[in-house]
Design a protein around this ligand. Structure first.
Ligand code: HEC
Ligand code: HEC
Length: 301
């Protein structure tokens, strides 16, 4: 008996000796992936970081919320998603956070699309959403009360997410499509609005003309990123597109306005960036000439 017990505990020891570091390694990889996604393609901080009046991010207020989003029927403030238990999401379970991100429902049953790009996040893989939650757990709590959002247009939760894995990186266009349509939410800004001012994904995918008010008197409009040669990106080189996405500079040297998330996209790996460009090239052309607003022309040259 004693020998058996010794053998057993020895094998348990052996098991745990291999199991613990492996799990720790998995956690480490998950956190690394979450950090990459959040500082790169998924860019939650573009809305959730607290911004100063000149739209720059306030130091020490990462994910502390308060960015004011005003649109037709929308008067919203991005939530505090730090780990603060009172004003943030410190008391939420992982499942509750995942449901908020991919389905747009809070534990109290509030709906957060629009303006949060939940239709995009509905396509996010289980691995990636878990990586994002792992990273959110490391965010230092910031006590910051955010005003309540008000909506006069219908909001809509998304169906339960399928959580399908991302396509293999070797399939460049498909993988780029995953980044664009599940993480980087390019289309939620770059799609023409319908009569309610909500992106019309059926008829205006990527065609731009979506108005975003940064603050009263500070209106910006999104350009056409379809492959139309005249009014879209059809005549741009791959490098032109990369420079716009990562540096916020167009081929004429014009500086692009916020909220184009180029400070985040600048952290994308070269492989991910190549995949995004390969996918963007396949967006069916739609003729739609977009004129920058007077504010954009004046403030961002
Ligand atoms: C386009 C802007 C935008 C982006 C990008 C965005 N959000 Fe949000 N999010 C919002 C707004 C606005 C709200 C508040 C909606 C409301 O008050 O009804 C919100 C609410 C939330 C909530 C609910 C918090 C609460 O207390 O009710 C969570 C959680 C959340 N976002 C997480 C995320 C994560 C994680 C990401 C990135 C994967 C993300 N958001 C990307 C705008 C955004
Ligand atoms: C939160 C909104 C938002 C998101 C998300 C977004 N963009 Fe933009 N983008 C803008 C705005 C606003 C401009 C225009 C700025 C200007 O004209 O000053 C812009 C400009 C551009 C331009 C320059 C086009 C031109 O004609 O000048 C390209 C290319 C572009 N975006 C591609 C993308 C891609 C690809 C993604 C996703 C990987 C993306 N954007 C995500 C808001 C967004």
């Amino acid at each position: 008996m004693k020998v058996l017990a010794q053998a057993l505990s020895a094998s348990i020891l052996a098991l745990s000796a291999t199991a613990v570091p492996a799990a720790a390694q998995d956690d480490d990889a998950l956190l690394k992936r979450g950090e990459y996604l959040m500082n790169g393609p998924v860019a939650c901080g573009n809305c959730h970081n607290t911004r100063a009046e000149d739209m720059s991010f306030v130091p020490g207020m990462a994910f502390a919320g308060g960015f004011h989003i005003v649109d037709k029927g929308i008067d919203a403030y991005a939530a505090n998603i730090t780990q603060d238990p009172d004003t943030g999401i410190g008391t939420w379970t992982d499942e509750e956070i995942i449901t908020a991100i991919r389905e747009g429902k809070t534990p109290e049953g509030e709906i957060i699309f629009p303006p949060m790009p939940v239709p995009t996040y509905n396509n996010m893989s289980d691995d990636d959403v878990q990586a994002i939650v792992a990273y959110l757990r490391t965010i230092k709590p910031v006590h910051h009360e955010v005003p309540e959002s008000k909506f006069e247009i219908p909001q809509q939760a998304m169906p339960p997410a399928k959580g399908n894995p991302a396509p293999p990186m070797s399939d460049k266009v498909a993988y780029g499509g995953y980044i664009v349509t599940a993480l980087a939410h390019c289309f939620e800004c770059h799609t023409s609005p319908d009569a309610n001012g909500v992106p019309d994904f059926k008829n205006g995918l990527g065609a731009g003309g979506f108005m975003i008010q940064l603050a009263p008197g500070m209106e910006v409009v999104t350009p056409n990123i379809t492959s139309d040669p005249e009014t879209g990106l059809g005549n741009w080189t791959d490098d032109d597109i990369k420079k716009a996405i990562t540096e916020g500079i167009d081929p004429d040297g014009v500086h692009l306005s916020p909220p184009m998330p180029f400070p985040f996209f600048a952290n994308m790996t070269p492989e991910d960036l190549d995949a995004v460009v390969a996918y963007v090239r396949t967006i069916p052309p739609i003729v739609n000439k977009v004129e920058r607003t007077d504010f954009q022309k004046k403030a961002f040259q």
